[in-house]
Write a protein that binds this ligand. Structure first.
Ligand code: NDP
Length: 248
């Protein structure tokens, strides 16, 4: 795990991932680099880890400081060690449906859906958010399961009309309590990916939980819900990476 700079949220995420590794018996190594680390220095560390046989998975916690091109960092990680599944090779594999790794947050959402016995086939699925790490791969995974998928974003018109048609609604917007109760179809499955800190000790999601839980058929909480699943899926990808790298 590589962390560049002092972003407090990133530090918490890295620490949680480290604890998960300890819990399941994966050796984890942290590279805590100063904010002024150059892109060349960071890429050179990644290349060293790419070539280190003891390392199965490499993760660079995003965002990186502005002077570093995050896509260049993602591209530098060997696809077979890319446990976040952000490398273009892995992104392409997700498009085709023939993938080794799935980005951890959408994978966690699918695991929640599967474990809850929810059938996606033929359902109207609406994903609010089109980021490369959440919205787009999320939509693709739902499509692979034969959902009828709509992706919404900041330019979408009449958003509430679209979300109200969703049998499965995934909110990945990054705006606290953005999805209100009256934007949800009665009985819908509501998955809240958002993590928004609104006070030093208060996290809320992208869904107004209190109103939404009265209308939804199933709903994920924040904190809890998708966040811990994301870390569990990172562990799953890491084990898979170890298996793939052992076969080389
Ligand atoms: P981004 O900021 O990259 O993407 C946000 C998306 O929301 C964009 O596509 C944006 O549209 C869309 N959006 C913004 N405003 C609106 C609006 N008014 N109406 C409709 N769509 C809008 O965020 P991420 O995808 O990285 O993360 C989303 C949330 O999920 C955040 O709260 C983040 O903290 C959380 N998160 C949680 C994780 C977990 O483990 N649970 C992991 C990763 C993220 P446009 O593209 O047009 O700008």
């Amino acid at each position: 795990m590589i962390l560049v700079g002092e972003d407090p949220a990133s530090k918490v995420y890295v620490n949680n991932k480290k604890k998960a590794c300890e819990y399941i018996g994966i050796n984890s190594y942290e590279y805590l680099l100063p904010a002024e680390t150059s892109q060349e220095e960071l890429i050179s560390l990644i290349e060293k880890l790419n070539n280190d046989e003891r390392v199965s998975g490499i993760l660079c916690q995003l965002p990186v400081p502005d002077h570093i091109d995050d896509q260049a960092i993602i591209n530098a990680i060997a696809p077979e060690k890319d446990v976040d599944a952000f490398h273009p090779v892995n992104v392409g594999k997700i498009m085709t449906g023939n993938f080794d790794f799935v980005p951890c947050t959408p994978a966690g959402v699918m695991e929640l859906i599967n474990e809850s016995g929810i059938d996606v086939c033929g359902k109207d699925c609406v994903v609010v958010g089109r980021s490369n790490i959440v919205g787009k791969p999320m939509a693709m995974l739902l499509l692979h399961r034969s959902g009828t998928v709509t992706i919404c974003h900041s330019k979408t018109r009449e958003l509430a009309e679209i979300t109200r048609k969703a049998d499965i609604l995934v909110a990945a917007v990054g705006i606290p309590e953005f999805i209100k109760g009256d934007m949800i179809k009665p009985g819908a499955v509501v998955i809240d990916v958002g993590i928004n800190r609104i006070a030093p000790k208060k996290l809320v999601g992208d869904v107004e939980f209190e109103a939404a839980e009265k209308i939804a058929g199933a709903i994920t909480p924040v904190p809890g819900g998708v966040g811990p699943m994301t870390i569990a899926m990172l562990m799953k990808n890491t084990v898979k990476a170890a298996q793939i790298n052992a076969q080389k």
